[in-house]
Write a protein that binds this ligand. Structure first.
Ligand code: ADP
Ligand code: ZN
Ligand code: ZN
Length: 750
């Protein structure tokens, strides 16, 4: 900090300390806006942290967040600019959330202003109003208030609505629908002049009775899990149970307990896990208002859902990663479903883990956190083994369904047809003949991953990345999956003009086409990012499949998540080897999780399921372990390897990443980073440095990418180092010539 601090004689605060969205890791001081200044010191003292302030920043105006009002400033008073406008009369972010953001900014070494922006919905970031939208509500007319309780007893639905409105001044359309009352009933009562419409803020009190559908009778394991939960203290519970073992039912009953105490529940789900099915399951169980926060919403809808949570009106909040920042006046529990899912870690910008922040948040609120998964992340398992988490297990399938039979199919030397072995094709045929469904999992979208000239060997590469272009047929074109570059499918080799171009390898489109030709009598549905781009396309398709007619589903990992597909009895995994052979140390962990998750789709109802895994490495010890002894044994083996290798969760990693148009700039920056870091803390067994090294894909989107890996024995040493390192790097001239980022606890090493 510069030494010449200006201190006013009065004790009253005179400066606004503001977190501004900028790459600089510091706050900025401003004078109060002129109108507030004229109102005197008292007005300023009333300002609460967490209100948004519009300020000049460079030549722009930006929306910052007030962190504190202060009596002194780092600069001379005459060097400060006045803020332009205070945007809120009360904080949009409550103190507990500002504190969480401050913690996250320090832990992830990310500028506080950007962290606060990430915590707010887009309209608030733009400075738009944080007032709840007005909505149409229904209330009883004056005459109707005089009617006896028992009025309308011959029309039960009308009676229900009448009584609900006797108990509450007004109800929104949604609230009425949640009571199971149809538009027809509303119209009928409106027609009789019993109820009328008006416009009001969304402030309806939550329904008093919380359950709409009675809970299931828990099996002994589920009961054991529920009985262990303590609602008045922070504890982390790992709820480990296979798909279909009844985890969601445990969540629902824990939430019921929390709602009964008048508190709110926050449920985080992976990006592709937040289906209408999931939301529907919560809405069917509870009368309490549910707010869903996901990418399918418009900005305005998202803001309203967020405000409903912040006002306490929504009692259950379900959302993807960024929902971990939703303000909750009365938090009672946080649940992270499929906690191992990589989508909880943001991979660009503010690289936070929503799961880990959920733990920090639950601790601060002194409430329980449930992490649920069939395949817990190794970090989580390790914590459970160390006794830091309570380990709750559900070992049997709740509905009585049997666990699937898993079979490894050695495909070495077999005559393959478009990636399918003869044995597998036979299996598919007999399954369909029994009137059942088949799911084929293949982790690559498009038609073929490579286009090659058979005459000269030319390969269609992306002009901007170190990557091959993928052949797509729907519509026909070449596509780079890394930078989105697209071009028409060439008819001729650009190098030797031969027309003998070959499409190598398997993608979902190709498998779909092949299966259609081969099993023409049943429908083949492809499910991947391309086929489900249209809103609700996936939901519609799954509804079709749930009717149970024989069919084949071909898809990517979009298929691995939570969908209930009761008539799928054969799951085929075309190729399981890439995870085993991956350059990323998390490759095998991810492979194991994916295989178990995909396998979990099979045989959920009365029919037992089978899983066939095609592999060239059936003898691989990890593969054997996974299939013969299950995920627990597999994970313990991987943990032992991590310990020997000095990797997480036994060590703590940071990646400093840099990229630039000219490779030498990024390399020079990282060399400087390493030098600076080593001056701060010399290499030792406690702290080692690796790099700068090229990223796995060195060139992407015309930028050259490098990374420096720091591997520390403890979090504290890492934190101390990073704090000074980032400050020094920020001041270094090279930092302005490269794009650089700090990834704390990186999940993706490529
Ligand atoms: P998970 O979340 O672990 O995949 P679910 O909670 O979705 O498991 O349960 C799987 C199926 O079993 C669902 O159809 C659910 O309704 C049913 N189920 C769950 N718990 C019970 C129970 N205690 N009794 C009967 N059926 C149950
Ligand atoms: Zn050629
Ligand atoms: Zn590209």
């Amino acid at each position: 900090m510069p030494g010449n601090t200006t201190r006013e004689n009065t004790a009253a605060p005179a400066y606004l300390r503001i977190a501004v969205p900028s790459p600089l890791r510091r706050t900025f001081d401003y004078l109060p806006p002129a109108d507030l200044f004229n109102q005197g010191a008292a007005a300023l003292a009333d300002l609460q942290p967490g209100v948004r302030v519009r300020v000049p920043f460079g030549r722009q105006q930006v929306v910052g967040v007030l962190v504190e009002t202060s009596c002194d400033t780092q600069l001379g008073r005459d060097q400060l600019r006045p803020a332009l406008e205070i945007l809120d009369s009360s904080p949009v972010l409550p103190p507990s959330l500002v504190a969480l953001c401050q913690w996250a900014a320090a832990y992830y070494q990310h500028p506080l202003g950007e962290v606060l922006h990430a915590a707010m919905p887009a309209p608030l970031r733009r400075g738009e109003s944080a007032e709840p939208a007005r909505q149409t509500v229904w209330a009883l007319s004056a005459e109707a208030r005089g009617l006896p309780q028992t009025a309308f007893s011959r029309a039960p639905k009308q009676a229900l609505l009448f009584q609900a409105l006797l108990a509450q001044p007004a109800l929104s359309r949604d609230a009425i629908r949640q009571l199971g009352i149809s538009d027809t009933t509303v119209k009928a009562l409106a027609g009789k002049g019993v109820i009328s419409q008006s416009s009001a803020e969304i402030t309806a009190a939550p329904a008093t009775h919380t359950l709409r559908e009675s809970p299931l009778a828990l099996n002994p394991e589920q009961r054991g899990a529920i009985d262990q939960l303590r609602y008045q203290a922070f504890n982390t519970y790992l709820l480990e149970g296979a798909t279909g073992s009844g985890k969601t039912e445990v969540y629902l009953q824990a939430i019921a307990a929390v709602l009964e105490q008048g508190r709110q529940a926050l449920v985080l789900v992976p990006e592709i896990g937040l289906t209408p099915q999931t939301i529907g399951r919560f809405e069917r169980r509870f009368c309490a208002p549910v707010a869903a926060l996901h990418s399918g919403l418009s900005d305005g809808q998202r803001l309203q859902a967020w405000l409903a949570a912040a006002s306490g009106q929504a009692r259950i909040v379900i959302g993807t990663r960024s929902a971990v920042f939703t303000p909750l006046p009365e938090p009672g529990i946080i649940i992270v479903d499929e906690e191992h899912d990589p989508s909880f870690k943001q991979q660009d910008g503010f690289r936070y883990s929503a799961r880990d922040l959920a733990a920090v948040r639950a601790r601060r609120h002194a409430i329980p956190l449930i992490l649920g998964s069939a395949t817990p992340a190794l970090e989580t398992l390790h914590n459970a083994m160390q006794g830091r988490f309570h380990h709750l297990r559900l070992t049997r399938r709740a509905g009585g369904a049997q666990a699937p039979l898993v079979q490894l199919l050695d495909i070495r030397r077999l005559a393959m047809e478009e990636g399918f072995s003869p044995t597998l094709l036979q299996d598919i045929e007999t399954t369909l003949a029994r009137g059942e469904q088949v799911l084929v999992f293949i982790n690559r979208r498009g038609f073929a991953p490579t286009l090659i000239c058979h005459d000269c060997g030319w390969v269609a590469n992306c002009a901007h990345c170190d990557a091959r272009l993928t052949v797509h047929r729907h519509p026909p074109h070449l596509h780079c999956h890394h930078c989105d570059y697209q071009r028409p499918l060439p008819q001729q080799c650009p190098q030797c003009f031969s027309t003998n171009l070959q499409q190598l390898g398997q993608g979902t489109e190709r498998s779909e086409q092949f299966l259609q030709q081969r099993f023409g009598q049943v429908p083949v549905h492809r499910i991947d990012r391309d086929s489900t781009r249209r809103k609700n396309a996936l939901a519609g398709l799954l509804q079709d499949v749930q009717r149970g007619q024989p069919c084949i589903l071909v898809g990517t990992q979009m298929l691995a998540k939570g969908h209930h597909l009761p008539n799928v009895t054969l799951v085929a995994i075309l190729e399981a080897d890439s995870g085993l052979l991956s350059a990323d140390f998390r490759g095998p962990e991810r492979m194991g999780q994916l295989l178990i998750q995909v396998a979990g789709r099979a045989g959920r109802a009365d029919k037992p399921g089978r899983v066939v895994i095609q592999s060239h490495h059936c003898q691989h010890p990890l593969m054997q372990l996974l299939v013969s002894e299950g995920y627990q044994a597999f994970a313990r083996k991987l943990l032992a390897e991590r310990q020997i290798g000095g990797l997480p969760p036994y060590r703590y990693l940071v990646l400093i990443k840099a990229e630039s148009k000219r490779p030498e700039n990024a390399l020079a920056f990282l060399a400087e980073a390493r030098k600076t870091a080593q001056q701060l803390q010399a290499p030792s067994p406690q702290l080692h440095y690796l790099g700068p090294l090229p990223a796995l894909m060195e060139k992407r989107n015309n930028r050259f990418r490098y990374q420096l890996l720091i591997n520390a024995a403890g979090r504290r040493a890492r934190q101390t180092l990073l704090q000074s390192l980032c400050r020094q790097l920020e001041a270094h001239p090279l930092s302005r010539r490269v794009r650089w980022a700090v990834d704390v606890d990186p999940q993706d090493m490529t």
